[in-house]
Design a protein around this ligand. Structure first.
Ligand SMILES: [Zn+2]
Length: 392
C-alpha cells in the first residue's frame, strides 16, 4: 500500500474486493477487545492466522491492516499514530518479516519466537507477520510450532502464503485460514482512482493487469512498465520468419536478466558488506576459520535469488502473451470482451488469419515454456522453442 494513511480511509479500505476476509478479521479484533461484552464473539479471535491468496490479491496488505486494527484503539481507523506506524512498518510491537531470500531458516524463526514471548511495549498486542511463510524451512517450522501452540497471551502470529498447501502442514493446521480472492477489475480501478490516478488510466491498468493490484498500480504510475508490456504484446505480430523468432527470444531473456541484475545488485552488495563486517573481514587480519564457507553460502543464496528474479520476469512475459492469445481466441469465438483493448487491431488480424485450434496450440506452447523454465531448462532455449511454435 502506498505511503500509509490517506485522508478519510480506514486501514480496511486498502483491502479491496475482500469483504468476507475483512469481516472475519474485524470480528476477531472486536471479539479480542470485547472484555465482557456478551454480544461479541470472543471465539472469533485466535493466536495464529494464515492469510492466503493469489499474487497481487493483497496478502501483506491484509496482514498489516489486521495488525493496525489490533493496535489501533478504534480497530483500524487509518488516521491515528498506531495505524500510521503499523502501515509504515515502524510500530515497535509489529514485526514484519519479508524476505528476498529463498528460505526462512531456523535461526531467523528462533529470533521471532524469542520476540513473540515478549509483552507488547506501547500497543495492545505483539504482532508478528511472516509474509512468505511458504519459505519457512522444515526446521524453521519445528521451531515455530511450539510458539504457535503455546502463544504468549498478547501475541498474534500472521502468516501469509499463496495457498495453504504451500505451508508446512503441521504449521497450517494450527492456524485459522482466511482466503483472499482475485479482486474485481472495477474494485482495483476504484482503489487507483482513490490514490490519485485518473479514471481512464486506472480502468485500463486494472483491466490489463488481470486482478494483480501491485502490477496495476505500477502500470498506472511507471511509464517503463507500460512500455515493457507493449514491447511484449508487439511480439506476436513480428513472428513472421525464423530470424525475428530468435531475436525476440534473445530480447526477452536478455531484458529479464538485465532487470534481475538491476533488482539484485544493490541487495547483493549490502549483504556481502554486512557479512564481511560481521566476520571481521576488514582486510588486515587473515580470514577467520569458517568465514570462507559463510561467504560461499551467501554467494549461493544470491545466485539462486538472481535466478528466481529472472524466472519471475520471464513469467511476466509469458503472462502477457497468454492474455494476448486468450484475446485472439475470444475474438475467434465471437466474444467481444478483450483484456488488451489497445491491441484489438493486431489481435483481430491474427484471429482472422488463423483458427481457434491454432490459437489453443499457441496457449499450450506458452504453458510448455513456463513448465520448461520451472524445470530448469535454459531460458533462451525455452523461449526460442516458444517463439518458433507461436510463428508456426
Ligand atoms: Zn487507528
Amino acid at each position: 500500500m502506498p505511503g500509509g494513511s490517506l485522508a478519510g480511509m480506514s486501514v480496511w479500505d486498502f483491502l479491496i474486493g475482500q469483504a468476507p476476509v475483512v469481516a472475519a478479521l474485524t470480528r476477531a479484533i472486536q471479539g479480542a477487545t470485547s472484555a465482557g461484552d456478551q454480544r461479541l464473539d470472543k471465539y472469533a479471535m485466535t493466536h495464529a492466522w494464515l492469510i492466503t491468496g493469489p499474487p497481487g490479491s493483497g496478502r501483506s496488505v491484509a496482514a498489516r491492516a489486521f495488525a493496525a486494527g489490533l493496535e489501533c484503539a478504534a480497530g483500524g481507523c487509518g488516521q491515528c499514530k498506531a495505524c500510521a506506524t503499523t502501515l509504515a512498518g515502524t510500530h515497535p510491537d509489529v514485526t514484519v518479516v519479508r524476505t528476498e531470500r529463498l528460505s526462512i531458516g531456523v535461526d531467523e524463526v528462533r529470533d521471532l519466537v524469542r520476540r513473540s514471548a515478549m509483552s507488547p511495549t506501547i500497543g495492545s498486542w505483539q504482532v508478528i507477520i511472516i509474509e512468505d511463510a511458504d519459505r519457512v524451512t522444515e526446521r524453521g517450522a519445528d521451531a515455530l510450532l511450539k510458539a504457535i501452540e503455546e502463544p504468549a497471551a498478547k501475541t498474534i502470529w500472521v502468516l501469509c502464503a499463496p495457498t495453504a498447501d504451500d505451508v508446512i502442514m503441521t504449521v497450517r493446521s494450527r492456524c485459522r485460514a482466511v482466503n483472499l480472492v482475485t479482486p474485481a477489475t472495477a474494485a482495483i480501478a476504484a482503489l487507483l482512482v482513490n490514490e490519485g490516478i485518473d479514471q481512464a488510466s486506472a480502468d485500463f491498468a486494472a483491466r490489463v493487469c488481470q486482478g494483480h493490484i501491485g502490477r496495476a498500480r505500477l502500470h498506472a504510475t511507471n511509464p517503463e512498465v507500460a512500455t515493457h508490456r507493449r514491447a511484449i504484446l508487439d511480439i506476436p505480430a513480428k513472428l513472421v520468419a525464423l530470424g525475428p523468432c530468435l531475436e525476440l527470444a534473445s530480447w526477452a531473456v536478455t531484458t529479464a536478466k538485465a532487470e534481475a541484475e538491476a533488482a539484485t545488485a544493490q541487495l547483493d552488495a549490502e549483504e556481502s558488506q554486512q557479512l564481511n563486517f560481521a566476520l571481521g573481514l576488514s582486510g588486515t587480519k587473515g580470514t577467520p576459520r569458517g568465514a570462507a564457507g559463510q561467504l560461499k553460502d551467501l554467494e549461493e543464496q544470491q545466485a539462486l535469488r538472481a535466478k528466481r528474479f529472472v524466472r519471475d520476469r520471464l513469467d511476466t512475459v509469458l503472462l502477457e502473451l497468454t492474455s494476448y492469445y486468450r484475446d485472439v481466441l475470444v475474438t475467434q469465438t465471437g466474444a467481444a470482451d478483450l483484456t488488451n483493448t489497445d491491441y484489438a487491431t493486431p489481435i483481430a488480424q491474427i484471429a482472422a488469419a488463423t483458427t481457434p485450434e491454432a490459437t489453443l496450440r499457441c496457449l499450450d506452447a506458452i504453458a510448455d515454456c513456463r513448465q520448461a523454465i520451472m524445470t530448469n531448462v535454459a531460458p533462451l532455449l525455452a523461449f526460442e522453442a516458444l517463439m518458433v511454435s507461436l510463428w508456426g
